[in-house]
Design a protein around this ligand. Structure first.
Ligand SMILES: Nc1ncnc2c1ncn2[C@@H]1O[C@H](COP(=O)(O)OP(=O)(O)OP(=O)(O)O)[C@@H](O)[C@H]1O
Length: 277
């Protein structure tokens, strides 16, 4: 049950970014959940969560530490299956089917629903090989095709100009921000319909953070993006829609400007005004 706020809720700390405000949402739902519950053993960490993610939209998941944001994000491409003792119930609908079933091919699914993690995690390979590794395993052949994919993906991740002359160097010769963009390029190389970002900028400086945010906005047109972030300014700058989680409940979801400027739930208002973090 949500506590509804009455009267003025002057949430002035966060200025809504024009980029997010200008992005026109489309109505095509790419991925949606119905009544998702997640358990770690006996800990019921996420309660009955239903959300839809639209093509062309960035959705930010916000809320205090331990409220279930990453748990929910990980359930969207069945990453929670990698965690021993974790159980996910409910429907996760992608491409016309419920993917939360044992027969789902995780290898194929994660091509379509990619994920970028908090810490950049390139492979111990060259920049070039980082991009083509998975596409080759999925059958892509021919130097011309591979070269074209490398260039397209690195351009998509705004990294091409910085690395085009050193594609055969180790990915670890890059800075942290460049490594994160390489990980995004690696994800883009699979042409995913959805990209999940789990606090992708928390290890980065402000300039690299801005580069990642611009990058998300440039690649969202073709897909849906979901981002977990602790940075309220980031959520307001990049997202079209924001969902607020609290103690395992998805408490409120709406257009980002409504969430930040006219929150309905008292817990959301308290969170935004810094009464707890
Ligand atoms: N691998 C795990 N094993 C057991 N319990 C977990 C695991 N991951 C998360 N949890 C539990 O699930 C609940 C939600 O955690 P989760 O990491 O999803 O929250 P969060 O909102 O993403 O937090 P943060 O912002 O700190 O990353 C917490 O009670 C946490 O202890």
């Amino acid at each position: 049950m949500s506590e509804v706020i009455t009267g003025e809720t002057a949430v002035d700390q966060v200025v809504i970014g024009t980029a997010a405000a200008e992005m026109a949402p489309t109505s095509e739902v790419v991925l949606e959940t119905h009544g998702v519950n997640v358990y770690y053993g006996s800990n019921h960490a996420l309660h009955d969560t239903s959300l839809a993610f639209h093509k062309g939209e960035i959705t930010a998941l916000i809320g205090p530490s331990g409220c279930g944001k990453s748990t929910f994000l990980r359930s969207l491409n069945l990453m929670n299956r990698e965690i021993r003792g974790c159980r996910v119930e409910g429907e996760i609908i992608y491409d016309g089917r419920n993917i939360n079933r044992r027969e789902e091919n995780l290898y194929e699914l994660r091509r379509s629903i990619g994920m970028v993690f908090q810490q950049p995690n390139p492979f111990h390979k060259t920049i070039y090989e980082n991009i083509v590794f998975a596409p080759k395993r999925h059958g892509l052949r021919g130097k011309e095709n591979l070269d074209a994919l490398v260039e397209e993906s690195l351009r998509g991740a705004a990294l091409w100009d910085e690395v085009k002359d050193k594609l055969n160097q180790s990915a670890f010769s890059l800075s942290g921000g460049q490594q994160q963009r390489l990980c995004i390029a690696r994800t883009l190389a699979m042409h995913p319909d959805v990209i999940l970002f789990d606090e992708p900028c928390s290890a980065l400086d402000p300039i690299s953070t801005l580069a990642i945010e611009e990058l998300m906005q440039s690649v969202v047109k073709e897909r849906a993006i979901v981002i977990v972030t602790h940075n309220m300014e980031q959520a307001s700058r990049v997202s079209n829609r924001t969902a607020f989680f609290y103690m395992g409940d998805m408490v409120e979801c709406g257009q980002t400007d409504q969430i930040f400027q006219r929150p309905k739930d008292k817990r959301l208002n308290d969170y935004l005004t810094g009464m707890f973090s």
